[in-house]
Ligand binder design. Sequence first.
Ligand SMILES: [Fe+2]
Length: 101
Amino acid sequence: MRDALERLNELVDESDPDVDIPNIVHAFQTAERIRKDYPEDDWFQLTGLIHDAGKVMAFYGEPQWCVVGDTFVVGCNWSDNIVYRDTSFRNNVDGKNPKYK
Ligand SMILES: [Fe+2]
C-alpha cells in the first residue's frame, strides 16, 4: 500500500489540478483528521488513508475520468456542481448517450 500511496505523488489529477500538495500528504491529512474526530474507529482512519488509492489505476491504462475526481450516479446526467465536469468527463462515452440525460 505504501508503494501505491507514494506512486500517487506522480499523478496530476485532471479533476483537481490546482492542488499543490503531494497526494500522500492528502492521504495522511485525511486519516489524521478522522483520527482526531473518531479516535476509536481505526477502520475509519485506514479508510481515510487509502480513500484515493484507486487513482493508481491511472498508471495502468485506465482513463482518469473513471478513477479520479467526483463520483456520479451511473445513468444520470452529471451534476453542474462537479468540478471540471466538462473536461474531466470528455472521454466518458456515457456523455454522448441520450438515454443518460
Ligand atoms: Fe481525496
